[in-house]
Design a protein around this ligand. Structure first.
Ligand code: C2E
Ligand code: CA
Ligand code: CA
Ligand code: CA
Length: 280
């Protein structure tokens, strides 16, 4: 409850108080979380549809909060975007992934690309391309091992700075993936214009394969067909069931990312998977 004036009480529900309190604490603690080394990257393998061979992974951030344990990115990334701490966090992710790639290289792993999520907020701020360039050079990593995911909906905003940064990244040789494809209603023209390397079909469409939703399966087949024509790679996200995998095999989807093969895992588990090189 919060006091208003002298004898007027405004009553909040208990859960609402908790939520805004949590939000307040998370926001406050987020500022120190990098220095306190509370962030960690998990890796979710992306496998070749027909063979299960690991082609790369998406890096997904995790926050180990001192009191609350694991806080999901779905909860704190939107907050970080509101207060622009996402720029700080996002730059940490870029540095971390580049130094990780270097470590794999030094330890004799054959390199496989890592995709990272970059917020539209970061895309609109200056210096993204320079940072990526500096980090790749510092660790002597060929740019093609880094892929940057940008959501379809942030592309649609058609911001000048976003487009300039995308061009800059592409000229470095960094790969570009369109994330959550199908949720932002991008036109086919957009796909041509951005000349992205990869399309990631959003998990909502994949789930509806099992639901036998004729419209969604038609959308997936046409996206796959179109992507082939434009020489883009397609990754299906959120694949959880064999039936979905079968459909994606039949429709020649290049790669799969989903719980059916693996959840996002900590570094040492991902490295164990790389020893075998495929997931069955
Ligand atoms: P996203 O980029 O769409 O990432 C995919 C999300 O789907 C991940 O959730 C992943 O764990 C989950 N997922 C993968 N396979 C399956 C599956 O088979 N079934 C189901 N139900 N879910 C699956 P996660 O790790 O909780 O991340 C949520 C979102 O947070 C991400 O969605 C992304 O938008 C954001 N995020 C995560 N890490 C970062 C980061 O480093 N930077 C930024 N800017 N955003 C991040
Ligand atoms: Ca993503
Ligand atoms: Ca996604
Ligand atoms: Ca998403």
């Amino acid at each position: 409850a919060k006091q208003h004036g002298k004898n007027n009480f405004q009553i909040f529900s208990y859960s609402k108080d908790i939520t805004s309190y949590k939000k307040y604490v998370l926001e406050k603690d987020m500022r120190k979380a990098i220095d306190k080394q509370e962030f960690e990257l998990y890796y979710q393998p992306q496998v070749e549809t027909n063979t299960g061979v690991i082609r790369g992974a998406e890096a997904l951030i995790r926050w180990h909060h001192a009191e609350w344990g694991l806080v999901s990115p779905g909860e704190f990334i939107p907050l970080a975007e509101e207060n622009h701490l996402i720029n700080h966090i996002g730059d940490w992710v870029i540095q971390k992934v580049c130094s990780q790639l270097r470590e794999w290289k030094d330890n004799g792993y054959s390199l496989r690309p890592i995709s990272i999520n970059v917020s539209p907020i970061r895309f609109m701020k200056k210096g993204l391309v320079d940072l990526v360039k500096t980090e790749l050079e510092k660790h002597n990593i060929p740019a093609k091992y880094l892929e940057i995911e940008i959501t379809e909906s942030s592309l649609l905003k058609n911001e000048k700075n976003v487009l300039a940064a995308l061009e800059g990244l592409k000229s470095l040789g960094v790969k570009i993936a369109i994330d959550d494809f199908g949720t932002g209603y991008a036109s086919l023209n957009y796909l041509r214009e951005f000349d992205a390397d990869t399309i990631k079909i959003d998990q909502i469409f994949i789930q509806n394969i099992t639901a036998d939703n004729k419209k969604d399966t038609a959308i997936i087949s046409s996206v796959l067909h179109l992507a082939k024509g434009l020489e883009m790679k397609v990754i299906a996200e959120g694949v959880e069931e064999y039936e979905q995998l079968e459909f994606l095999k039949q429709n020649e989807c290049d790669e799969i990312q989903g719980y059916l093969f693996s959840k996002p895992v900590p570094l040492d588990t991902y490295e164990q998977m790389l020893q075998t090189g495929y997931i069955k």
